[in-house]
Write a protein that binds this ligand. Structure first.
Ligand SMILES: C[S@@+](CC[C@H](N)C(=O)[O-])C[C@H]1O[C@@H](n2cnc3c(N)ncnc32)[C@H](O)[C@@H]1O
Length: 180
């Protein structure tokens, strides 16, 4: 699936406005196919609930990345970080996979500093048609999650939406939000 996600993966870190020494949280890092796009000299805590995914992510890191990336096995619903630990945070193709997207977003807001950015990349279809309804069960089986209203959970959590951009061949949104 990597080529289907590559456009969003290549663009999403730019939206974090990262500076040298910034601390970033990445939730649901998976096999780490996006990690090569991180700029150098940022410090990343990348978490996932799956040990086999993290093992592959470690192999991708060993192939060469510029950032200082630490991998940890962790449930996104209960982030084991103090409040305001990160300058910004990111979740790509995982918000619709977790059991409770709202709880995960609240956790990301808790551990990210006020005024920090949260970037969400995910499959999104405003008006799902017949093809989408056929494709949805397949998406679930592939581990890509269900259709959720990204804009609603952003609004419900009081985030300011700075940018919404269409990315990827599989109709995804790249959403840039700011914590008040
Ligand atoms: C479709 S993959 C996306 C991987 C990667 N972010 C990407 O864009 O290629 C979704 C990831 O979310 C992880 N995940 C699902 N539920 C989780 C949870 N509760 N806590 C942490 N990670 C979770 C899965 O293990 C999987 O690696």
């Amino acid at each position: 699936m990597a080529p289907s996600f590559s456009e969003g993966h290549a663009l999403m870190y730019d939206e974090l406005n990262l500076k040298s020494g910034n601390k970033v949280l990445e939730v649901g890092v998976g096999t780490g196919i996006s990690l090569k796009h991180y700029p150098a000299n940022v410090i990343v805590d990348a978490i996932d609930a799956s040990e086999p995914m993290l093992k592959e992510a470690q192999e991708n890191i060993e192939e060469g990345v510029g950032a200082d990336i630490r991998l940890q096995c962790m449930d996104a619903h209960h982030l084991e970080f103090d409040n305001d630990s990160f300058d910004c945070s990111i979740i790509a193709h995982a918000i619709a996979v977790v059991a409770d997207p709202d709880m995960v977003l609240k956790e990301m807001i808790r551990v990210t500093k006020p005024k920090g950015r949260i970037v969400i990349v995910n499959h999104y279809k405003e008006h799902p048609g017949i093809l989408e309804r056929i494709w949805n069960p397949i998406r679930k089986r592939l581990g890509l999650g269900r259709q959720i209203d990204l804009f609603q959970i952003i609004e419900n959590n009081g985030l300011e939406l700075l940018k919404s951009k269409n990315v990827n061949r599989i109709s995804s949104k790249l959403l840039v939000c700011k914590i008040p």
